[in-house]
Design a binder for this molecule. Structure first.
Ligand code: NDP
Length: 316
């Protein structure tokens, strides 16, 4: 039989939301245990310079900021564990969670801060070059630097794709944007900015079919116009995908109310409450609008305060 551990507060995920929740929960003497998840530090560990987090007048790198947040959480004795939660059972008063090391945890409160992950097209060639590190990326700000003075292709037509295409246009000689419909999804202002950038070429009704390369690095993209059937090869060394994010909420779906795209629904707007008493949410797992480190941190604070109030009301 697996070992059962009884705790007051479990925090699942280690981005700015999770660490901020940990700092507040630990200082309220809830002795939080944090499972860091598949990507310790979360999405910010793949970000280069963070210039918009208040309190860093000279900016800070994403990984550096996450190390500092971890140190701050540990300073108040958060039990930070390398590993992830594989299964939950939120059907009873005590919230049961299982970790990848086989440990069974019974928690009075749970704070979900599992974040979101970038979506990819799912092409075999895309995944091949992504895992071999040779020219596929879902983060222009993280990886654009490697393609300075080169040609890149970006897929997507939302605000993210526009923002990333514009970012790349400042580094690259040419950026080709593949838009699968005949219109953008992005806000008008972002769309106009892209359209007014001379070295961005927009190909409408066009979808990537294969990422081409020499087996090591990307050399181009084979694409097709889905209206005319015309095929083309676009030379490039970097292939960027900006087609949205998927919240990491699959393990909660049997218990927690999610919206149609998988984001956790707040039970009560302006709080961190989910539909399960004692289970709270913070950060991008419930936020498809703002998705900023500072907003994630803010909701992490809210979740810890809500969890503390929940425990107090139960007489803990
Ligand atoms: P969105 O869901 O808004 O857009 C995704 C884009 O990718 C759409 O154009 C969609 O096409 C396209 N797409 C999806 N799947 C595929 C596919 N398989 N092949 C080709 N294209 C595909 O995601 P974003 O990440 O852009 O934005 C998410 C949210 O974040 C939005 O609310 C946005 O406003 C916000 N945001 C705001 C920013 C800002 O204000 N500065 C910056 C970045 C994001 P289609 O339109 O055909 O469905």
């Amino acid at each position: 039989m697996s070992e059962v551990e009884r705790i007051k507060c479990l925090i699942i995920g280690s981005g700015p939301a999770g660490y901020t929740a940990a700092i507040y929960a630990a200082r309220a003497d809830m002795q939080p245990v944090m499972y860091q998840g598949m990507q310790p530090g979360g999405q910010l560990t793949t970000t280069n310079e963070v210039e918009n987090f208040p309190g860093y007048p000279d900016g800070v790198t994403g990984p550096e900021m996450m190390i500092q947040l971890e140190q701050q959480a540990k300073r108040f004795d958060t039990d930070v564990r390398f590993g992830f939660i594989t299964k939950v059972d939120f059907s009873g008063d005590v919230h049961k969670c299982w970790a990848d090391d086989g440990k069974e945890i019974h928690a009075d409160t749970v704070i979900i801060s599992t974040g979101a992950s970038a979506k990819y097209l799912g092409l075999e060639s895309e995944q091949f070059y992504l895992s071999n590190g040779g020219g596929v990326s879902a983060c222009a700000v993280c990886d654009g630097f490697f393609y300075r003075g080169q040609e890149t292709v970006i897929v997507g037509a939302g605000d993210s794709a526009c923002e990333e295409a514009h970012y790349l246009s400042k580094l690259c000689t040419k950026v080709t944007m593949l838009v699968r419909r005949d219109e953008f999804r992005a806000s008008k202002i972002m769309e106009e900015r892209v359209k007014n950038t001379p070295n961005i070429e927009i190909l409408y009704n066009t979808e990537a079919e294969e990422v081409l390369g020499d087996g090591q690095v990307v050399e181009g993209v084979r694409a097709k116009n889905n209206k005319t059937g015309e095929e083309m090869v676009i030379p490039c060394t970097g292939f960027f995908v900006a087609i949205g994010h998927k919240p990491n909420t699959d393990i909660f779906k049997d218990y927690i109310n999610l919206d149609e795209t998988g984001y956790i629904k707040y039970e009560k707007p302006g709080t961190s409450l989910t539909n399960v008493p004692g289970v709270f949410v913070a950060g991008d797992a419930a936020d498809k609008t703002y998705r900023q480190a500072v907003t994630a941190a803010g909701t992490g604070c809210m979740a810890a305060l809500d969890a503390e109030r929940f425990l107090s009301a139960k007489g803990h």
